[in-house]
Write a protein that binds this ligand. Structure first.
Ligand SMILES: Nc1ncnc2c1ncn2[C@@H]1O[C@H](COP(=O)(O)OP(=O)(O)OP(=O)(O)O)[C@@H](O)[C@H]1O
Length: 265
């Protein structure tokens, strides 16, 4: 990747993504205070905390999505494979194919299921012929646990799928770019419980392949079901991070205890 500063140091080498004192300001007001955290391969990290605490703001830093927002400034260092991506000259097109993102509302294109999967790989020149395209479509849909449901209607509109299927299609579309990090911003908040369950299972299966994942969620049960690690944010500050089991069974910080016991939400 172009224009990235190399970084030595054990933690950065072991982590797929690391942040060091990352801050985000909107129009000069700091919404995210210095945040330092590591994300490892094959792990799911849940980002939790009350509304407006900066979870999505932080998540969007990890593939520099905030750069699209006018008057938004990202400070600090964000290491991806040990290279600082938070500097000018980084190729965002290429970065976002390696660090994919899945949003709250399923956002399939108004195209067929097959074309949804192939859209970005074609744009990046990664599909050479029909056989490669067929294989990529099948593999991506299988990895997102959607193949069996759609294999006989790949030419049909993605908009004809259920909400849960659309979200898994969006995950498949992301996987088609062969990312090694996927960011999920409340991916189940628009889904019913059964669809939620299948998306959660998909997230776990993806982690088992070695992909590093981070998920913003308001749903505490979801955090305990899908994540290995949990990070708690409050008023723009990362308060506590640790193994999910430990965070939910023996939280240290009083604000986290109050949040988990429903004193505020
Ligand atoms: N585009 C923006 N312009 C200005 N301020 C913003 C913008 N996006 C977020 N903020 C502010 O940054 C702070 C953190 O917001 P953010 O959406 O990251 O929180 P959150 O924890 O994800 O909230 P929620 O759970 O409600 O989605 C809030 O004060 C919010 O108003």
């Amino acid at each position: 990747m172009t224009g990235m500063t190399g970084m030595t140091g054990e933690t950065q080498r072991a982590s797929r993504v690391s942040t060091r004192d990352v801050t985000v300001s909107y129009e000069g007001t700091e919404a995210l205070h210095p945040t330092t955290i590591d994300f490892a391969a094959g792990e799911v990290t849940a980002l939790i905390g009350p509304s407006g605490c900066g979870k999505s703001t932080f998540l969007r830093c990890l593939n520099l999505m905030n750069r699209e927002i006018p008057h938004c400034r990202i400070g600090g260092r964000i290491f991806y494979h040990g290279h600082d991506i938070n500097e000018p000259g980084v190729d965002l097109f290429s970065l976002r194919s390696s660090i994919g993102m899945v949003f709250q509302q399923p956002t399939p294109f108004h195209k067929s299921i097959r074309e949804n999967i192939l859209f970005a790989p074609k744009k990046h020149g990664r599909v050479r012929d029909r056989d490669e395209a067929d294989e990529l479509v099948e593999t991506s849909l299988r990895e997102a646990a959607l193949w069996d449901e759609v294999k006989d209607k790949l030419g049909k509109s993605a908009w004809a799928l259920s909400g849960g299927q659309q979200q898994r299609l969006c995950i498949a579309r992301t996987l088609a770019m062969r990312p090694d990090v996927i960011l999920f911003d409340e991916p189940c908040s628009a889904l019913d419980p059964l669809s939620t369950m299948s998306v959660e299972e998909t997230i776990r299966q993806i982690a088992a392949t070695g992909i590093c994942e981070a998920i913003v969620t308001h749903n505490m049960e979801q955090a305990t079901r899908v994540s290995d690690r949990t990070a708690f944010f409050y008023l723009g500050e990362l308060i506590e991070v640790g193994a999910t089991r430990q965070i939910f069974s023996t939280p240290s910080d009083r604000r986290l205890v109050d949040y988990l016991t429903g004193r505020f939400g």
